[in-house]
Design a protein around this ligand. Structure first.
Ligand SMILES: *Cc1c(COP(=O)(O)O)cnc(C)c1O
Length: 361
């Protein structure tokens, strides 16, 4: 079996033990004589799976009973819209923090629904910086419907180091750093994340929402787009992404098995340190994000020329380091080192990089 070191930004690598468990259980899930994909979501067997996935998330992220945990379809992009249907009510305005590509997409979708205000922008820094908590707290508008942030900008490679304490509910797109570090869920009104970076396969969004906020949605919004519809039916108002939720369950079991979020956070910090130290060790590499904003999940850098970058990607691919090309909108190079990425993968990559720099520097 030849598995590459996968640095893809998403859908991204899953932990090997998760894939192996899914493989072992594929043909006969828990003695049912069928795969999880062929099974009714209304049966006891599947109910236990979705319950375990939710319980796993609640335990790892310390989510209290004041919050609903939902598994929805449509990925994070649908949440850009759905959250506005539920929270950006007529006559209100929401604050958005513009940290780059994904924040802009969230803003564009919100503008279709209603009024928003950009309260901070990284544009003058080419989106290579990140606001402090105090900057956002100072900029927050009086009476804002909510304040929206993108906890980690997957394309630029910048990440919040601290979260603001906002007066309005704090809404966060955590698609690319969900469950990668400890945080206080109670600081947020709504957290959402596409699953395919850190916690599962694509086509699934995890939503953690303070229960009282679900009541704000007007009845004029279609039933399917209301959070409370899905909460009332335990994320089974319609047929859920049964396979996706099952993989999330396995991922939460894997996180527990390696020591929970504390251990994972430590491991993620170590991996990022190794890679950034390699990038800082030689002028040959030109890391993109400002130091204080550097992401522990998506590491972005450039080389002297685009030709050299292409050569790097080609040689790395041939050597078993996959998906190191930067996002098509910005170019350059990017290593996504999410939860499932091992320390070994990062160490091997830095060895390859040292060799490449020696030959081409
Ligand atoms: C990947 C990503 C998205 C989009 O996720 P989809 O599931 O494809 O809709 C949104 N926000 C961030 C921060 C992402 O990394």
């Amino acid at each position: 079996m030849a598995r590459v070191f996968n640095f893809g930004a998403g859908p991204a690598a899953l932990p090997l033990p998760v894939l192996e468990k899914a493989q072992a259980e594929l043909l006969d899930y828990a003695g049912s004589g069928m795969s999880i994909m062929e099974m009714s979501h209304r049966g006891k067997t599947y109910q236990a799976v979705i319950d375990a996935a939710e319980a796993g998330i609640r335990k790892i992220m310390k989510v209290s009973d004041d919050y609903a945990v939902l598994f929805l379809q449509g990925g994070a992009s649908m949440q850009f819209a759905m959250l506005t249907n539920n929270l950006l009510l007529p006559g209100t305005s929401a604050d958005y923090v513009n940290t780059g590509a994904w924040a802009k997409k969230a803003m564009a979708e919100a503008k279709i629904t209603g009024q928003i205000k950009e309260i901070w922008s990284g544009e003058s820094h080419k989106f290579m910086n990140i606001p402090t908590a105090a900057e956002i707290e100072k900029a927050e508008s009086a009476g804002a419907a909510y304040v929206h942030i993108t906890s980690n900008e997957t394309i630029g490679g910048v990440q919040y180091k601290e979260f603001p304490k906002t007066k309005a509910p704090l809404v966060a797109d955590m698609s690319s750093d969900i469950m990668s570090r400890r945080l206080n869920v109670n600081d947020f009104g709504l957290i959402y994340a596409g699953a395919q970076k850190n916690i599962g396969p694509s086509g699934l969004a995890l939503v953690i929402i303070r229960k009282d906020l679900m009541e704000r949605c007007p009845e004029t919004v279609n039933k399917f787009y209301r959070y409370r519809t899905h909460a009332a039916d335990g994320s089974m108002y319609n047929t859920p992404n049964t396979w996706g939720v099952y993989i999330v369950k396995l991922v939460t079991e894997w996180v527990e098995s390696i020591g929970g979020l504390e251990a994972l956070e430590k491991r993620n910090a170590e991996k990022a340190k190794i890679l950034y130290e390699a990038l800082d060790s030689n002028n040959f590499w030109k890391p993109c994000a400002e130091k204080a904003a550097r992401s522990t999940m998506n590491v972005t850098w450039r080389l002297g020329t685009e030709e050299l970058e292409a050569q790097f990607v080609n040689e790395a691919t041939a050597a078993g380091f996959a998906m190191l090309k930067g996002h098509r909108s910005v170019g350059g190079l990017r290593a996504s080192i999410y939860n499932a990425c091992t320390k070994e993968a990062v160490v091997e990559l830095t060895k390859f990089m040292a060799d490449f720099a020696k030959k081409n520097g």
